[in-house]
Design a binder for this molecule. Structure first.
Ligand SMILES: Cc1cc2nc3c(=O)[nH]c(=O)nc-3n(C[C@H](O)[C@H](O)[C@H](O)COP(=O)(O)OP(=O)(O)OC[C@H]3O[C@@H](n4cnc5c(N)ncnc54)[C@H](O)[C@@H]3O)c2cc1C
Length: 452
């Protein structure tokens, strides 16, 4: 049944590979694809393709897209329990839930993520310190196992399969539907406080303080600042506003949410425009423009949570070579390693345009889930940045030696041995995979490279 052959990449537009793309419209036809006879080169699920590299690719095999599994099946306006097919996007859940006062429990930096992809990468957001990652809010999911057997899984009924699937990057089966507990909000606006910090010490101290006072917080850091300004940042923290916070005109429609038209990157946008000089200028302008301190600014959901969604094809500004994301988490107590990572990046003059520092709360039980209590830093670099491989290799070593890890949804190059140092439960995951999928039906370009 698989359809046409297509060439796919992740959001970073590196490592293209060709596969048969199947778009089943029901769990039953998805089960046929997983029954084993279809592809000698493996099968992997794909949601909206927002993971940065090749987790949702399978060279020479079959990629099962959930594009047609896109219906919200029920949403209880009194409890906020939503049951939907796995291809439903977080934006769809917002559009359906907000009029009744319900928002997604965890939102990554884009809302163009499917529910299946959010579980498979166990995504985190600006509220990880209070809410944990996405799977914590999943009450149950239905999965088609390799071989084609459907199974309903809750954290109570089958904790091993639940927590191998949460963060398991599609390697335990195809999630076809899920029930998610949404979060009660009083309006669709966020009351935001902004602080500009002078250096890494002030940035880390302010983030720690804001964790105690706000439900959402994050620092945008100037990755190229050096010397006394190393780690200078703009920290934005907030919580959903109460109706009384809104200007009188907006109180008529407290849950207004207009995902709206998005600007496109103009065709012919010159490749190579993101480089160490332009990023240094842009970072300086952004930092200077931010107020030293501002309180109580009302922001729309898109502005606060998903600023990059405002530009369609944002990923094209890096030019045809694409870009590499790198995200680590380092346990609390490893502040010196956080500082060292900033020194390594700014010392290499590697231009990361979107550099985000945040503190995670305690991690959940996902065998391969990324978050753990500690400091997380996300960086993105044009793939053609000179010396990038060496820099990222040095960061890997720093992270592994300090007991941290990198995020599989963004990874494009960590060596398998280093990954095993970072994820102590990898062997447990491999054992469960061997039992669940003895014929090795599920495979992705990522899993082949890392031996997952
Ligand atoms: C601008 C931007 C900002 C981001 N910010 C964040 C952030 O703040 N926090 C964060 O955690 N992540 C962030 N991400 C990463 C993104 O949230 C994850 O990669 C997410 O998994 C993407 O979901 P998707 O539907 O696009 O899945 P895809 O990229 O298509 O697939 C991702 C993985 O999920 C698996 N998968 C997809 N659907 C299913 C299914 N139905 N059943 C089983 N497995 C499935 C795939 O096999 C693959 O391994 C960001 C990405 C972008 C582009």
């Amino acid at each position: 049944m698989p359809g046409r052959t297509v060439t796919l990449t992740g959001w970073g537009r590196i490592s293209p590979s060709a596969a048969e793309l199947a778009e089943p419209a029901s769990a039953a036809s998805a089960a046929e694809l997983l029954s084993g006879g279809t592809a000698a080169r493996g099968v992997i699920p794909r949601g909206l393709g927002r993971s940065y590299n090749n987790a949702a690719q399978c060279a020479g095999g079959v990629v099962i897209s959930t594009a047609r599994l896109n219906r919200i099946l029920s949403l209880d306006a009194s409890t906020g329990l939503a049951t939907c097919e796995a291809g439903v996007s977080l934006e769809q859940l917002m559009v359906a839930g907000l009029p009744a006062g319900w928002f997604v429990p965890v939102s990554p930096g884009t809302r163009q993520v499917s529910v299946g992809g959010a579980i498979a990468a166990d995504v985190h957001g600006k509220n990880h310190h209070v809410a944990g990652s996405f799977a914590r809010h999943v009450r149950s999911f239905e999965i088609v196992l390799p071989g084609g057997e459907p199974r309903t899984v809750t954290p109570q009924s089958d904790p091993a399969l639940f927590w191998a699937t949460a963060g398991g990057m599609g390697l335990t089966g195809l999630i076809v539907r899920a029930t998610v507990q949404l979060k009660r909000v009083a309006t669709s606006r966020v009351r935001v406080d902004t602080v500009r910090t002078a250096d890494i010490d002030e940035t880390m101290a302010t983030l720690a303080e804001h964790d105690r006072g706000y439900g959402y917080t994050v620092a945008w850091s100037d990755s190229l600042a050096r010397g006394v300004g190393l780690g200078r940042s703009v920290i934005t923290s907030g919580d959903f506003a109460e109706p009384a916070d809104l200007p009188p005109d907006d109180r008529e429609d407290p849950f207004a949410f207009r995902p709206g038209a998005r600007l496109g990157v103009p065709p012919g946008f010159p490749p190579g425009l993101v480089n160490r000089y332009t990023v240094a200028v842009a970072n300086e302008a952004w930092y200077r423009k931010a107020p030293r301190s501002r309180r109580g600014e009302l922001q729309a959901i898109g502005t606060f949570f998903h600023p990059l969604d405002g530009i369609r094809n944002w990923n094209r500004v890096y030019g045809p070579g694409g870009f590499r994301q790198y995200q680590y988490v380092l346990p609390f107590g490893q502040d010196a390693a956080v500082l060292r990572s900033f020194e390594l990046v700014s010392g290499a003059r590697a231009p990361s345009f979107v550099t985000v520092l945040k503190r995670f709360g305690p991690g959940d039980d996902g065998l391969l889930s990324f978050p753990m209590a500690g400091w997380t830093l996300a960086l993105d670099f044009p793939a053609r940045t000179p010396g990038l491989a060496g820099l990222l290799g040095r960061l890997d070593r720093l992270v592994a030696d300090a007991g941290g890890r990198v995020y599989l949804a963004k990874d494009s190059r960590v060596p398998p041995g280093v990954l095993a140092e970072m994820y102590p439960r990898l062997a447990e995951f491999a054992k469960l995979r061997a039992e669940l999928d003895p014929a090795g039906i599920l495979a992705s370009d990522l899993s082949r490279r890392l031996g997952l």
